[in-house]
Ligand binder design. Structure first.
Ligand SMILES: *Cc1c(COP(=O)(O)O)cnc(C)c1O
Length: 394
């Protein structure tokens, strides 16, 4: 079970880099992606071998970076068939991939487990991250697990739980008056003088690798097939970029053919740069001014990987849709009451998106559809308090 990683390659200009030292962006400013010897990987990454491996994301070690995993048991989250919700939306085969069950309560655990594993193996000592909330919590936890230092920069109005988890796990926390883009500037301006390794979204190559395991898991959990449609609540878009990469790797290993699930970007109405770029046919997103939403993970005014997301949407026949905060909260309550899944607002947004696309007949009733609940509702008490009536003492 060894990594077959061979090198890193720029996602835009294809320039290559060695993987045995710390790397951030390509000299052209774009994200680097990890490449593997897939002919070698497929010899041992077989269904027979997989059936004997531990149920966490490191089961796909051939197509993950090397180094002793810094792990808290992330991955292999439940794929929950939702019959009551399906019926309510006029569909029949709706599933929720419940990423809220990951360590630290969100799928950021996957990306940060991979990133911290590599950073530690390559000698980094202090890891810095600008975050909307959950990525900071995950970095803080995995850095603690690795015995490394974490520096977290987050907007002043980040959900309280995210701030507390970072404090509790011993991170150095900086509250910034602004958005995640301002936090990114804070880290960028200090990282060289402070000796921090920057693990911002897509600015190091391995968070994508951790998140791509969601694509491998879907294939395994559906018995060696992929669903017809995948709904993904998109901030930086790492998970969607990662899954698209996983599907390409799976095709190269002969696991699947050329067909792909239609990918759907779901954003919040108060911050929908990818939805707007998709609608206008643009190759890149415009910076979203005054970005605002209770779905904090979606408050990314301009994703660095916007061109990769837009390419994936167009190549798979997908689409992009924005949902208002009021609808997100109302739908989150419906989801919890129908299926017992108390979701993050980001996850609830995908349910609302599926309802709209079912009503427009963009979805067919018999299609196999996966909605990503990317985090647990428990981390969003301020948001859910707004949606739930206060109780009186009986
Ligand atoms: C970060 C985050 C997102 C967005 O993830 P990306 O892969 O960056 O698009 C969605 N939901 C939650 C709960 C998050 O924490």
């Amino acid at each position: 079970m060894l990594s077959t990683i061979t090198h890193l390659e720029c996602s835009r200009c294809a320039k290559t880099y060695p993987h045995d030292r710390l790397q951030n962006l390509c000299t052209c400013g774009m994200p680097l992606l990890a490449r593997y010897n897939l002919a070698a990987a497929k010899k041992t990454l077989t269904p027979e071998n997989l059936s004997r491996r531990a149920p966490d994301m490191w089961r796909y070690s051939e197509v993950l970076p090397g180094g002793a995993p810094v792990t808290l048991g992330e991955g292999m989250t439940p794929l929950v068939r939702c019959e009551r919700l399906s019926a309510a939306l006029g569909l029949t085969r709706l599933y929720i991939k419940d990423e809220g069950l990951n360590p630290t309560g969100s799928f950021k655990a996957r990306g940060l487990s991979a990133a911290v594993t590599c950073a530690k193996a390559l000698g980094a000592k202090t890891l810095a991250i600008p975050t909307a909330g959950n990525a900071g919590g995950a970095l803080a936890a995995y850095a603690a697990r690795a015995g490394l230092k974490a520096v977290v920069a987050m907007p002043r109005d980040t959900p309280r739980c995210n701030v507390m988890e970072c404090q509790a796990t011993g991170a150095e926390v900086h509250m910034i008056d602004g958005l995640i883009s301002d936090c990114a500037r804070y880290v960028a301006e200090r990282k060289d003088s402070e000796g921090w390794f920057d693990v911002s979204t897509l600015k190091e190559p391995y968070r994508v690798e951790g998140k791509k395991t969601m694509g491998y898991e879907l294939w395994e959990q559906f018995g060696g097939r992929l669903p017809d449609v995948i709904f993904y609540p998109t901030g930086g878009g790492v998970g969607m970029i990662g899954m698209a990469k996983a599907f390409d790797e799976m095709e190269a290993m002969g696991w699947i053919g050329a067909a792909r699930p239609r990918m759907v970007v779901v954003q919040a109405a108060g911050c929908a740069p990818v939805v707007e770029a998709f609608a206008s046919g643009a190759a890149h997103a415009e910076f979203c001014q005054n970005a605002s939403t209770i779905a904090s993970g979606l408050r990314v005014p301009k994703p660095l990987g916007d061109f990769l997301l837009l390419n994936t949407l167009r190549a798979t026949g997908g689409t992009a849709i924005a949902i208002s905060d009021a609808e997100i909260l109302a739908t989150g309550r419906e989801l919890a009451a129908a299926e017992g899944i108390f979701a993050a607002p980001e996850g609830a947004a995908t349910v609302a998106a599926a309802r709209h696309l079912a009503a427009r007949k963009w979805l067919a009733a018999d299609e196999k559809i996966v909605l990503f609940n990317t985090g647990t509702g428990y981390k969003y008490s301020e948001a859910w308090e707004k949606a739930l009536a206060p109780l009186t003492v009986s």
